[in-house]
Write a protein that binds this ligand. Structure first.
Ligand code: MG
Length: 158
C-alpha cells in the first residue's frame, strides 16, 4: 500500500549570516525569518509526510504562537512526523524536492543537504533528491524576498 504526499513552504528573507537548509547551515548574506529555525526544506518534507497520511500540516502540530518552538531545530518537527508515520506502519520510499532561492547559489551544498536529510530520516541518500532553482531574477524569489521549498514523497506500508 502506497501513499503520496506533497509539502510546500516559504519564508521571508532578511539580512543575516546564514540559512538552515535540510539541517545544514549555509553561509548567506540573507537569513530566513521564522518562528523556528525557518528550515524551509525540512518544513516542506514534514508537511509531505503529514500530508501523505492526511494528518494535517506542521502548523496544526506545532503552533507558531507556542513559545516552545521559538528558534526550534526543525529536525524536531520532522522526527515527530516520522514517528507518526512509523506508528502507522509506513516508511519513506523516496523524496523529490526543489529549493527555490536566487542567491547564494546552493548547488555546491546540495550533496551535503541530501546526506543530512537522508541521515535525519535514516534512509539511503539515493532515496533523497534535492534540486536547486533560482527565480531567474523574477518575482519574490528572483528579488530575494523569499526562499521556497517543495517536496513530494512516496510512503510504503511495511
Ligand atoms: Mg515554515
Amino acid at each position: 500500500m502506497y501513499r503520496i504526499g506533497f509539502g510546500s513552504d516559504i519564508h521571508r528573507l532578511e539580512k543575516g549570516n546564514s540559512l538552515i537548509l535540510g539541517g545544514l547551515e549555509i553561509p548567506s548574506d540573507l537569513r530566513a525569518v521564522g518562528h523556528s529555525d525557518a528550515d524551509v526544506l525540512l518544513h516542506a518534507i514534514t508537511d509531505a509526510i503529514l500530508g501523505a497520511l492526511a494528518l494535517g500540516d506542521i502548523g496544526s502540530h506545532f503552533s507558531d504562537t507556542d513559545d516552545r518552538w521559538e528558534g526550534a531545530n526543525s529536525g524536531v518537527f520532522l522526527k515527530h512526523a516520522v514517528r507518526m508515520m512509523e506508528e502507522r506502519g509506513f516508511q519513506i520510499e523516496n523524496i523529490d524536492s526543489v529549493i527555490s532561492l536566487e542567491r547564494p547559489k546552493i548547488g555546491r551544498f546540495v550533496d551535503a543537504i541530501q546526506t543530512k536529510v537522508a541521515e535525519a530520516l535514516s534512509i539511503d541518500t539515493g532515496a533523497v533528491s534535492i534540486k536547486a532553482k533560482t527565480g531567474e531574477g523574477l518575482g519574490e524569489i528572483g528579488e530575494r524576498r523569499i526562499i521556497k521549498a517543495e517536496a513530494c514523497l512516496l510512503l510504503r506500508k511495511t
